[in-house]
Ligand binder design. Structure first.
Ligand code: UPG
Length: 475
């Protein structure tokens, strides 16, 4: 009789910062001979079609399915639409996910029935759906352990009266009651939703409820490495049954793929088409001279913020490469039209602007010497691996605490949260690129080394991956 085979169904939240690490994990599991079905929204599936075709060629056990996210094709999916997306997923996607599970479990075609669901940490409905079928669920949290630990502590902070506070209250005040963060965590470092005076603020409730739901899964996966976040991993381990710490996933995946990937191939699963002209521009820049500026895939800027950044960057006298996405402005404007018209657009000697960059390659380029970022977790990890120091300008969720840890604990960069004026931008850039560069680079090099060690053959993240693979093969 034929042995039953493992088949993992992976369900990411339909956004770039969630799809990318989960697709990395999918590749690692396929390398171990496991069948994986990766679910995208219809909207993202069509945007990823080239990556999907390339990945399906390279990994014979990797399959793709798509279901609706409940929004229409033309609806925006950037940050202001996040609440609409969350509620449509809850009302529409949940049922479609159940139907897909039923159909895959019929076992028709080359794939065996589903043996495990690996679902995004903000798609907790999957825990209930999988339970109907008696299928094991592992939750994948795509952001930092330090942020996960804060969300787990929010009910306690509410009970102790430390929450709520309003955005006008003293944001410098220390937060007590998050073990391991004493003396470091201030109100302003909590996820932005904590600044609401209303404890029933829908966004805060959403993140807290999704976090608590996670404790019902059989295990959780975190895209981090032990040497970076050990204190929080041990705190979280007291509340969840089992943690696999497998990160930085992008680097682990690249080191394990036996295929040679040409830089122009689309295996990186970008939802926006990359403009590779910036790589040619970087080739002509001096060593470590360029500040890379990117605020991730969701972030939206006001006209005023964009102008303050622009003037601050130009006044710093440093070279910069800036990613301005076409959907980046809070009003229906093109970011490039907002930049003062006395400056000719296009590739200049000192700066270059693109709509979307091949970020990992940019960070690995010898001309890049710093990264001005919103501190999304993927960007933070990618910068750590590349050994590039950071200036953090966080706006929400995990970004708020990531930036605090970057500046105060890991000491690999600077935190400029809650400020956005040209003189601060100029000063921060000068400090990072010149004044404190040598000092910051000592920690940057140390953490880049630790990240490399964690994904090596005997490293902590690789061991955790091997354990996950073994566990998935036990049916
Ligand atoms: O020009 C660009 C800009 C970005 N990226 C990639 O896009 C991803 C962006 O991810 P991240 O840095 O995590 O930012 P967001 O897209 O904003 O991610 C969301 O999801 C993350 C994971 O949960 C959270 O940490 C963030 O706070 C949340 O905003 C990274 O892999 C980048 O390499 C590119 O490839 N090209």
């Amino acid at each position: 009789m034929e042995q039953p085979q493992p088949h993992v169904l992976i369900l990411p939240f339909p956004a770039q910062g969630h799809i990318k690490p989960m697709l990395c994990l999918a590749q690692l599991l396929c390398n171990a001979g496991i069948h994986v079905t990766f679910i995208n929204s219809h909207h993202n599936h069509s945007r990823l079609i080239h990556s999907i075709q390339a990945l399906s060629c390279y990994f014979p056990t990797l399959h793709f399915e798509s279901i609706s996210d409940g929004l229409s094709e033309d609806d925006p999916r950037s940050l202001p639409s996040f609440p609409d997306l969350v509620s449509s997923i809850k009302s529409v996607t949940k049922h479609l996910f159940r139907e897909l599970l039923v159909s895959l479990n019929r076992g028709s075609g080359p794939r065996p029935p589903v043996t495990c669901v690996i679902a995004d940490g903000i798609m907790s409905f999957s825990i209930d759906v999988a339970a109907e079928f008696g299928t094991r669920v592992i939750i994948f949290r795509t952001f930092s352990a330090c942020c996960l630990w804060i969300y787990l502590c929010v009910p306690k902070l509410i009970a102790e009266g430390q929450l709520p506070f309003g955005a006008d209250d003293d944001l410098e005040r220390e937060i007590e009651g998050v073990p391991g963060m004493e003396g470091i965590l201030r109100r302003r470092d909590l996820p932005h939703a904590c600044r609401s005076k209303q404890i029933d603020d829908p966004l805060l409730q959403f993140f807290v409820n999704e976090t608590l739901a996670m404790t019902r899964a059989s295990s959780i996966i975190l895209n981090t490495f032990e040497e970076l976040e050990a204190p929080f991993l041990s705190q979280i381990a007291r509340l969840v049954p089992n943690i696999y710490t497998i990160g930085p996933l992008h680097a682990l995946t690249k080191s394990r793929n036996r295929i040679s990937i040409s830089p122009t191939s689309s295996l990186d699963a970008s939802l926006i088409k990359e403009d590779r002209s910036c790589m040619t521009w970087l080739d002509s820049q001096p060593l470590r001279s360029v500040l890379y500026v990117s605020f991730g895939s969701l972030f939206v800027l006001t006209r005023l913020q964009l102008l303050e950044f622009w003037h601050g960057l130009v006044n710093s006298g440093q070279r910069f490469l800036w990613v301005l996405r076409p959907d980046m402005m809070s009003r229906d404007e093109n970011a490039r039209d907002v930049i003062p018209s006395d400056v000719t657009l296009g590739t200049q000697e000192k700066w270059c602007i693109v709509g979307w960059a091949p970020q990992e390659e940019v960070l690995a380029h010898p001309a890049v010497g710093g990264f001005l970022t919103h501190s999304g977790w993927n960007s933070t990890l990618e910068s750590i691996v590349a050994g590039v120091p950071l200036i953090c300008w966080p706006q929400l969720s995990d970004q708020m605490v990531n930036s605090r840890w970057v500046s105060e604990i890991w000491r690999i960069g600077l935190d400029m949260k809650d400020t956005c004026d040209r003189s601060t931008v100029e000063k921060m850039v000068r400090v990072l690129m010149e004044e404190k560069r040598a000092e910051i680079m000592k920690s940057v090099d140390q953490f880049a080394g630790l990240a490399r060690d964690s994904i090596s053959q005997f490293g902590s993240s690789n061991k955790s991956l091997q354990k996950l693979i073994e566990d998935l093969k036990i049916l």
